[in-house]
Design a protein around this ligand. Structure first.
Ligand code: NOJ
Length: 556
């Protein structure tokens, strides 16, 4: 049986995602800086964090907040300098926190030198670095694929008299991985950052890198007559060959981890992607975020769901990585609404929801990935009009809802519920102006609850969400069964309680969380012989959980 001694550093730590634009501004410019992250390393260490995944900070026109990379070898001046980055990596290492970089390798910015060359003509050194295609005989787009951010996935280029493919925005042209020179250029980028001391990589949108051999129209899936590019290109056979090459060129022989962002990979396919024969150490798959949002990710048509639906997919992912590979447990990231809204269908205080769900997250098997603000108990912001949003996907989801016949009010409600900007409002450090995030004007409004929901106030309150997260982190990192023990779901049919057992070699823990706003009961035998290790509501009556109460029982 596995014990904590068998695990690597990244299997027995807690990871934390930083969205740098919204983390901490040290210059009064309204957007966050790398120096801001460095200044908060002690805060992150207080949460047991050993790895920070930072979303892209490379030079970029920022059409998609850095996911449109202009130059992989430069830091965007809005975030700071290469010296700031070196400093962050070095100070982080001193404190036991490694920096995980985001590699955006499916596409670049249209401002990238490679694309600027490629678009000039059909015959130049970079001509074949992107996905170019002739128009249909009538001059229209090569296929009816809809990009993920809305509208056609093809954009016209006057110079070449051809279309190029963009899975995301038109300013994000897709790279041609079939070209070995492209693959080498990308692997060189990864090796440059690994040599600099990166502790790992998160690989963006990786399921889209392989395109089908033939580009063909798909059946219309919306009133616009288009077909989602995801359905046409995600996870195309042959993709794993590219990724094995990537692993051999970058990962092998280094003490780093690679986590792929793999929308479109199902739990039963995980064995090809992670573990002994896989290509990554960990894989972000989205089966659980699809439960409230629906697999098609059309915000105005959310799914109907029950707690058992959510538990079923989380347990399936646990089973798929039980003996092979490792699971990155997460409920939030910069593309998701806040989990206190997303994964609850009941009333109740945001703080109580945050504590209950935090318990589910931090007691799971795998490496937990927290997202900034989650540890404070953030909720979605109330957005009064579409003009308040910055995110390009939110705007396209709004337009799409209107074309589907929804009213402006309904479209706005869908954006309030699912917008990525809910995750991107500034980090709340204290109760001063703009929550201590900036002395300038924040690029996105600060959430109205910042006077209570902030690091300073919550640090001083023993009952805060933040101190609950700290307590859970301490337990997790100090107990063998919580790090290395198996996962067995209990009470799988309950629509109120999420429960599981973590069994280690010599100790056991049982986590029970009532995710409803009504009292719930469980069989006391489940925790027989164990003692209460931690409870959101303090002392607890065995066999009963109050609304939104979560408890952890364990061997003494
Ligand atoms: C996934 C990233 O998480 C998201 O923020 C981004 O917009 C797309 N990939 C495109 O890079």
């Amino acid at each position: 049986m596995t014990t904590a001694a068998d695990l690597t550093w990244w299997q027995k730590t807690i990871a934390y995602e930083v969205y740098p634009k919204s983390f901490l501004d040290t210059r009064g410019q309204g957007t966050g800086t790398i120096a801001g992250i460095t200044s908060k390393l002690d805060y992150l260490a207080s949460l047991g964090v050993g790895a920070i995944w930072i979303t892209p900070f490379y030079k970029s026109p920022m059409v998609d907040n850095g996911y449109d990379v202009q130059d992989y070898y430069q830091i965007d001046p809005s975030f700071g300098t290469m010296e700031d980055m070196d400093e962050l990596i070095a100070r982080g290492r001193e404190k036991g926190i490694r920096v995980v970089m985001d590699l955006v390798f499916n596409h670049t910015s249209e401002e990238c030198a490679w694309f600027k060359e490629s678009r000039k003509s059909r015959a130049n050194a970079y001509a074949d670095w992107y996905i170019w295609s002739d128009a249909k005989p009538d001059g229209s787009e090569p296929t009816n694929w809809r990009s993920i951010f809305g509208g056609s996935a093809w954009a016209w280029c006057e110079e070449r008299q051809q279309y190029y493919l963009h899975t995301f925005a038109p300013q994000q042209p897709d790279l041609n991985w079939e070209n070995p020179a492209v693959r080498k250029a990308l692997f060189d980028v990864a090796n440059f950052w690994a040599d600099k001391g990166a502790g790992g990589f998160r690989i963006d949108a990786i399921t889209y890198i392989k395109k089908p051999a033939v580009f063909a129209d798909g059946p219309a899936d919306g009133e616009d007559g288009m077909y989602a590019v995801h359905a046409a290109t995600a996870n195309t056979p042959g993709i794993l060959d590219f990724l094995h090459e990537f692993k051999a060129a970058v990962r092998d022989g280094r003490d780093i981890f690679m986590v792929g962002e793999a929308n479109g990979v199902a739990a039963d396919e995980l064995g090809d992607w992670v573990g002994t024969n896989g290509v990554f150490d960990l894989l972000f798959e989205f089966s659980h975020t699809h439960i409230p949002m629906g697999e098609a990710e059309i915000w105005c048509k959310p799914a109907q769901w029950k707690l058992t639906d959510l538990k079923r997919v989380l347990t399936a992912s646990q089973k798929a990585t039980a003996t092979n590979g490792w699971y990155p447990a997460f409920f939030e990231n910069h593309d998701q609404p806040r989990s206190t809204v997303n994964f609850f269908r009941c009333e109740g205080s945001t703080a109580a929801k945050a504590k209950a769900l935090g318990t589910v997250l931090l007691m799971q098997r795998g490496t937990p990935f927290l997202y900034q603000g989650e540890e404070l108990g953030y909720s979605n912001r109330v957005w009064g009009s579409i003009d308040e949003f910055d995110d390009l996907q939110t705007r396209s989801q709004y337009e799409f809802a209107l074309t589907e016949g929804f009213t402006p009010e309904q479209a706005l409600a869908a954006c309030n519920r699912f917008s990525r900007d809910n995750a991107r409002t500034p980090m709340q450090w204290d109760a001063s102006a703009h929550a201590g995030f900036t002395t300038g004007t924040p690029w996105l409004p600060v959430h109205a609850d910042y006077a209570e929901v902030n690091v300073e106030a919550e640090s001083a309150d023993p009952d805060s969400v933040l101190n609950w997260y700290r307590r859970l982190a301490e337990l997790r990192l100090s107990r063998d069964e919580l790090l290395a023990g198996s996962y067995e779901e209990l009470m799988a049919d309950s629509e109120q309680i999420y429960a599981y057992r973590r069994a280690g070699e010599t100790s056991t823990a049982v986590m029970l969380a009532n995710l409803s706003d009504e009292a719930a009961t469980y069989d006391a035998a489940l925790v027989e012989g164990l003692e209460l290790l931690a409870g959101t509501h303090g002392a607890t009556e065995v066999g009963t959980l109050r609304p939104l109460e979560a408890v952890v029982f364990a061997t003494k």
